[in-house]
Ligand binder design. Structure first.
Ligand code: HEC
Ligand code: HEC
Ligand code: HEC
Ligand code: HEC
Ligand code: HEC
Ligand code: HEC
Ligand code: HEC
Ligand code: HEC
Ligand code: HEC
Ligand code: HEC
Ligand code: HEC
Length: 447
């Protein structure tokens, strides 16, 4: 039954196709006649005539010489929904005129892209369309990207232009909300692969789409509809995407501050003026950039307590002794308990313009401490700020008082141990001698 009806549809399709072809022939013949008449005196006409050995050839050539096939011609076949022959192909050759009409390429005409079609019936297969001729900049940027080399072993590029831009007959300008590369739609477009666990595993890249969607940038984009929030292309670029290991990449550590700085310009300035920025510029491998503290795809608002607790540990990864000593203070203990209201590393040092204590501009320079501590403590006095935020009892130069206090306590402890140790030993010795003497006298403990 189903087979039969499909055959019937297919038959109908063929009839439809044939009718369309006949119609086209008629149109073409009409054009040919007119053209032959009008151009009789010209060279072109001579060529046409000379070629007119058979009726069929004459028709086709005349049509070509007169008028390039227009979009209506093409769509008369390709916009036919009922055309089973078109739909039966592995890739449907159905072209939706309603989608094509408002697309960015509709003014060009079918044959500006399918440039090897000069007449009907047209060649099959037709030559693949090249975007390069009209979009040389995007094509050459793409050619050097991590995507163009994805399947270097084969001839297939992955992803190619259409994997990101979609239907070749429905492309919109990037500012059009219906475009697949419109900022609000772009994460989903990249996410077709970078949110696909299978593809991620096959190519060995992290599955970042879900992380991004959960980040402050993803939220800003999807729930607030904020076009100025960072999307994939703001940080990676669109056509010239490179691996983070490539020094030319926007995501190469040394380039990250500039990449984030395209939007967070003020933060970038402060960061570059601080010890971390200077260490980064000097090429120190252990200098932190934005993503060391904020991550790349899981960026949260800085008020989030979990991020703050994690970031104290992040600072501590590189400043181990300072984290250790911070933990010994009241501030550190409160942080350990997970409370919000206490001083964390950046409450005293600042978050981006972090400077050495010896720098007069540093928030922890002695002259600035009253202001720094005064943000949270009222009536700050000179003696209050002499409180040691990084008590280190092992460093005599840094904390002489603490050092000697600790030394005294240790000596005292040792003395106490020694005295009581000696005391216990002597006691034991005495009780043993007394016990032995008792036994010798025939006295037992029970008596
Ligand atoms: C007379 C009907 C007809 C007209 C007019 C027509 N086509 Fe086609 N076209 C077809 C058919 C049928 C196929 C499928 C061929 C097959 O399956 O062998 C096709 C296939 C194609 C293909 C896919 C070929 C491939 O290699 O995969 C392209 C591209 C195409 N046509 C473009 C055009 C363009 C552009 C025009 C106008 C300049 C046009 N066609 C006009 C009938 C037509
Ligand atoms: C911007 C250039 C461009 C324009 C304009 C264009 N096409 Fe295409 N067309 C393509 C590309 C790209 C493909 C995908 C196959 C390839 O790479 O050659 C394609 C494929 C096709 C196919 C094969 C089916 C498919 O989807 O793969 C048909 C049929 C077709 N085009 C018909 C048309 C018709 C009819 C028009 C005019 C209404 C038209 N095209 C206008 C670029 C274009
Ligand atoms: C990995 C996805 C991706 C691939 C592959 C891709 N593009 Fe794009 N394309 C984009 C994004 C994203 C934008 C929007 C850029 C923006 O908003 O600034 C864009 C924008 C464009 C534009 C608009 C002008 C511009 O540069 O902003 C053109 C034209 C274009 N692409 C052509 C191409 C061509 C041709 C190819 C194949 C050589 C291609 N694209 C491959 C993602 C891609
Ligand atoms: C015959 C020339 C031609 C070919 C071939 C061509 N395009 Fe275009 N394309 C244009 C023109 C013209 C525009 C409109 C430019 C404008 O509005 O500034 C355009 C616009 C675009 C845009 C939207 C640009 C924007 O402002 O956001 C994209 C995306 C695009 N083309 C991608 C492609 C892709 C992908 C291919 C290959 C499948 C392709 N084009 C093939 C001429 C062409
Ligand atoms: C059709 C699938 C596909 C789409 C869509 C796609 N990519 Fe990719 N992407 C890949 C593949 C496959 C690789 C792996 C290339 C390799 O390892 O050689 C890759 C690699 C990358 C890499 C480098 C990964 C690494 O480990 O070096 C980045 C960054 C990247 N893509 C970002 C993007 C962005 C941003 C978009 C959207 C504008 C996007 N991709 C769209 C398939 C895709
Ligand atoms: C705020 C900037 C930013 C945004 C937005 C962003 N990324 Fe990234 N991405 C980075 C940075 C920086 C790296 C470098 C590795 C790291 O630090 O984790 C990276 C790494 C990657 C990687 C691994 C590539 C490599 O070189 O190892 C892929 C794949 C990737 N991003 C895809 C995406 C996709 C897809 C989106 C959108 C859904 C996106 N990124 C959004 C900044 C961003
Ligand atoms: C050493 C860790 C570290 C580095 C490196 C770093 N940040 Fe921050 N950032 C922080 C901390 C901590 C805060 C929270 C400040 C607060 O709560 O007052 C913060 C806050 C922010 C904020 C919120 C606004 C503000 O100033 O409070 C933004 C935006 C930001 N950082 C972006 C960046 C960018 C962009 C870079 C790179 C140029 C960067 N950060 C480098 C630790 C860092
Ligand atoms: C395209 C512009 C753009 C880029 C590039 C960008 N951001 Fe953002 N970022 C924003 C916007 C807009 C917001 C504010 C979202 C909101 O408040 O809803 C934001 C928010 C943030 C916040 C939260 C600030 C807060 O007040 O809590 C941090 C942290 C942040 N970005 C860090 C980064 C880092 C790190 C990079 C680089 C890896 C980066 N951003 C790249 C636009 C950008
Ligand atoms: C990835 C490692 C790394 C992380 C994470 C890091 N730093 Fe640093 N920090 C450095 C380096 C490298 C210097 C420069 C040291 C120098 O110039 O000798 C530095 C310098 C400093 C200085 C100036 C003192 C000095 O020795 O130059 C302070 C204060 C400081 N960091 C505090 C912080 C705070 C607070 C955080 C967390 C918000 C943090 N650091 C996170 C590596 C790191
Ligand atoms: C209550 C304020 C406060 C907090 C909280 C704090 N610090 Fe400090 N930090 C200081 C002061 C004041 C100095 C200078 C005196 C000193 O060296 O002990 C200093 C010195 C430093 C130095 C050495 C600076 C130099 O010029 O050599 C580093 C590195 C440092 N702190 C890192 C951290 C880290 C990492 C944390 C969090 C784990 C942290 N600090 C928490 C106040 C603070
Ligand atoms: C971000 C706010 C903040 C900053 C900045 C800050 N503190 Fe604190 N500090 C606290 C909080 C909160 C407590 C807990 C007080 C409580 O429980 O009432 C505390 C407790 C203390 C305590 C122990 C409790 C007490 O009140 O005796 C001392 C001492 C102290 N801070 C000294 C300092 C010094 C010195 C500085 C500057 C180097 C400083 N703090 C910077 C918030 C801060």
């Amino acid at each position: 039954m189903a087979q039969g009806s499909r055959r019937m549809v297919s038959g109908l399709g063929r009839i439809a196709c044939a009718i369309a072809a006949l119609l086209l022939c008629a149109v073409a013949m009409g054009h040919a006649a007119a053209a032959t008449k009008a151009a009789a005196a010209t060279k072109a006409a001579t060529t046409t005539k000379a070629a007119a050995t058979t009726k069929a050839a004459a028709t086709t050539n005349a049509a070509a010489a007169t008028k390039a096939p227009n979009d209506k011609d093409c769509l008369s076949c390709h916009n036919l929904k009922a055309n089973a022959k078109l739909q039966a192909r592995p890739v449907s050759v159905y072209v939706n005129a309603e989608t094509f009409q408002p697309s960015v390429h509709s003014t060009l005409g079918c044959v500006s892209c399918h440039s090897d079609i000069h007449a009907f019936p047209h060649p099959d297969p037709v030559k693949p369309v090249s975007c390069a001729g009209c979009h040389p900049n995007q094509t050459s940027a793409y050619a050097g990207s991590v995507h163009a080399i994805a399947k270097r072993g084969t001839k297939q590029r992955f992803p190619a232009c259409l994997d990101c831009h979609g239907n070749p007959h429905g492309m919109r300008a990037k500012t059009d909300p219906k475009s697949r590369v419109y900022p609000l739609n772009l994460p989903r477009t990249c996410g077709t692969c970078h949110g696909n666990a299978e593809i991620a595993k096959k190519y060995g890249f992290p599955d970042v789409y879900a992380l991004y969607m959960d980040s402050i940038h993803g939220f800003a984009l999807t729930s607030d509809g904020l076009l100025v929030a960072a999307t994939c292309a703001s940080c990676h670029g669109a056509h010239d995407i490179l691996s983070r290991k490539d020094p030319k990449s926007r995501t190469f550590p040394g380039n990250v501050p500039a990449t984030c700085g395209t939007c967070h310009a003020g933060v970038q300035v402060a960061y570059l003026a601080g010890a971390h920025g200077k260490a980064m510029i000097a090429g120190r491998a252990n200098a932190p950039v934005c993503t060391n503290c904020h991550t790349s795809h899981q960026i949260t608002q800085v008020g989030v307590v979990n991020w703050q607790l994690k970031t104290v540990a992040t600072c501590g990864n590189c400043h181990k002794a300072r984290l250790q000593s911070y933990r010994d203070t009241f501030h550190g203990q409160v942080t350990e308990l997970g409370f919000v209201a206490t001083a964390r590393c950046w409450s005293c040092h600042g978050s981006h313009e972090v400077l050495k204590a010896s720098d007069p501009k540093s928030k922890v320079a002695p002259a600035n401490l009253p202001a720094t501590c005064g943000k949270c403590h009222q009536g700050v006095t000179a003696s209050f700020v002499s409180y040691e935020p990084h008590p280190n009892p092992h460093d005599r130069r840094q904390n002489p008082a603490l050092y000697y206090a600790a030394l005294f306590m240790n000596l005292l402890l040792l003395g106490v141990f020694f005295f009581f140790g000696l005391h216990t030993a002597l006691w034991l010795a005495r009780s043993l001698t007394v016990g032995k003497r008792g036994k010798d006298n025939g006295v037992s403990g029970e008596q």
